[in-house]
Design a protein. Sequence first.
Length: 295
Amino acid sequence: MPTAIAVTSADLVLPPNDQQTPPATAVQGPDAQPLEAALAELQTLIDQHGYVIVVYSSAVPLAVERRLHTMRSILESDRIALLRSDLPPLGLAVLVRKLRQLSICDLSPGVVASAGYLLTHYIHAGAVLNSVARLDHVPVSLKSHAKSWMPGSQFGVIANPQPQLVKLGPEAQLAGPEFGTWLLVAKGQLQTDWVTGTLANAWQVQGLRETPLPADSQRWWGTGRLVEFATYLPDTSVLYQLVTSVRRDRCHWCGLELIGEQCVFCSAAPPERENRTAAAGVPVGRHAQESPHRH
């Protein structure tokens, strides 16, 4: 069975790109499901799939993040990975679909989980907003704040991979991917064709799809008058080549394969980095994961 992918909201589960892409499971928050029921469902996923990767936004309410760490702690399972992401909602949904595609490939659970960090760099996620006055996740200058109060102002914003913000006009441009991608668009209450016209042409996207706006997008972007967008690579073989082109290591703590510096399942960093961190008096390794914090 493929590694199970789980999310904290059902609207982060986009339609698959092909018939082979498996679905993802929504883990209910503390306001929607008792802890006992949530534990039973998570244990069933582990029993059925062996390993579970839970992808969640760094902007979720603290109670939701605490619930995830509590369940992992109670189950005492190294088969649960908690993958925390700074992506906006639509970009996060794209990342989840990429991991779902990779979960059926001949990749170990540790590699699939750590691929989440690698593939994040290949997602251009942003939005067109009517105001940046309440935008907290992307740096906003005082000048842009002032322009937010001008009637009819619209702003193009990129949150990932590098923050960008421009006031829309005839010369407005946003730097995009330097490789061929598709564009996913989710329309809120803002009336504009800038994303599907100007931006799509400038980025020379290979295709365009529309999807409903995620429920958390309004809170993440600070306004309901927006059009959210994210680029994606639809071909599973391309994703597979990206991941397999990176050197794999084995976690010195839990033994799982991984790419990158840190194991998502046990949170252990490479020994040399753990030694430096421990010398500075900072908790390291798997037990550090049991104390979630905000950055």
